[in-house]
Design a protein around this ligand. Structure first.
Ligand code: IPM
Ligand code: MN
Length: 356
């Protein structure tokens, strides 16, 4: 029997529409080949939503995502909307959507494709075989803490974590560690912040339920350094919202380009799948964006939200094959390229391989 899924599609701003189109091209190719049927519903978020409805997160979008099996998201933001009041900014829409969907666990894998071993600014010996999973808490911490205010001569934000918030993200990280190398490094700033001291205590408590997992703790400044010095020491990195934001950007450069890394946000209900990069307004509309992070996010969606493991495997293998054959978008064109391709050509190539 043909399985049918409802996929919410949020293209967003900048390169969002281009990269999402390629992900859909690949999803269509693989789903036809694997005998499942994906139905897409487009929804507005970010700058494009502000332009069309006056707000970055329309009610229709909030209601729409609840009716989907999974949501695929591109990117939001751009200079056009940078000077709006905070509650009207595109980023506020994305944060609101994450909160509404209850996607508190953001999984950001940082792996290195052998084919791109020369693409990183780091030496091949340092990055060969890197396979890190950053588990970033996504709906709490300083991004959402109250009180917050911007005043004339002072401004403040608040970093808050509740026991429940730390416990549930820690459990996600431990469950993931159990199916990986069973090692977690929890990253905080417990030498300075009470909220981090609390985080550490709770992670220690959760660890008691996972005796097989080796837990270590690291201060975030040291972790930033260690990621560059010796990334292979990490298996799962468990961390809060803002530290995870920063560390995952740093980790992306192990792979050679921020245009390669996908993410999955899961939690209380429907999952949200998005590349870790932003909307790159400087290159939008030129057809040169790298769609691989979004195509990989679509693969994570098939794997984690829909259980379509075989289709996900096909996409992952197709990406490896395209890189092996020497197809490169502009961001990675300096590295063993046989042919430099556009965003859309890369989508065609992956779709072709994945449907075989
Ligand atoms: C990310 C982005 C977002 C974040 C922005 C756009 C709000 O940088 O997904 O990493 O900070 O979470
Ligand atoms: Mn970020």
């Amino acid at each position: 029997m043909t399985k049918s899924y409802k996929i919410g599609v949020i293209k967003g701003d900048g390169i969002g529409p281009e990269i999402i189109d390629e992900a859909i091209k690949v999803l269509d190719a693989v789903s036809v080949a694997q005998g499942c049927n994906l139905k897409y519903t487009e929804m507005l978020l970010g700058g494009v939503a502000i332009d069309e409805t006056g707000v970055p997160l329309p009610d229709e979008t909030i209601q729409g995502v609840g009716k989907c099996d999974a949501v695929l998201f591109g990117a939001i933001g751009g200079p056009k909307w940078d000077n709006l009041e905070r509650h009207l900014r595109p980023e506020t829409g994305l944060l609101g959507l994450r909160k509404e969907m209850g996607t508190f666990a953001n999984l950001r894998p940082a792996t290195v494709y052998d084919e791109l071993i020369n693409a990183s600014t780091l030496k091949p010996g340092v990055i060969e075989g890197v396979d890190i999973m950053v588990v970033r808490e996504l709906t709490g911490g300083i991004y959402f803490g109250e009180p917050r205010e911007l005043l004339e001569d002072r401004a403040y934000n608040t970093m808050v974590y509740t026991r429940e918030e730390v416990e549930r993200i820690a459990r996600v990280a431990f469950d993931i560690a159990m199916i990986r190398q069973k090692r977690i490094c929890s990253v905080d700033k417990a030498n300075v912040l009470e909220v981090s001291q609390f985080w550490r205590e709770i992670v220690e408590e959760v660890a008691k339920d996972y005796p097989e997992v080796e837990l270590s703790h690291m201060y975030v400044d040291n972790a930033a350094m260690q990621l560059i010095r010796d990334p292979k020491q990490f298996d799962v990195i468990l961390t809060g919202n803002i530290f995870g934001d920063i560390l995952s950007d740093a980790a992306s450069m192990l792979s050679g380009s921020i245009g390669l890394l996908p993410s999955a946000s899961t939690g209380e209900g429907v999952g949200l799948f998005e590349p870790i990069h932003g909307s790159a307004p400087d290159i939008a509309g030129q057809g040169i964006a790298n769609p691989l992070a979004t195509i990989s996010s679509a693969s994570m969606m098939l794997r984690y939200a829909l259980g379509e493991t075989k289709s996900a495997d096909k996409i992952d293998a197709a990406i490896k094959k395209a890189l092996k054959e020497g197809y490169r978008t502009g961001d990675i064109s300096d590295y063993d390229a046989k042919e430099v391709v556009t965003c859309s050509e890369m989508g065609d190539i992956i779709a072709g391989y994945a449907s075989k």
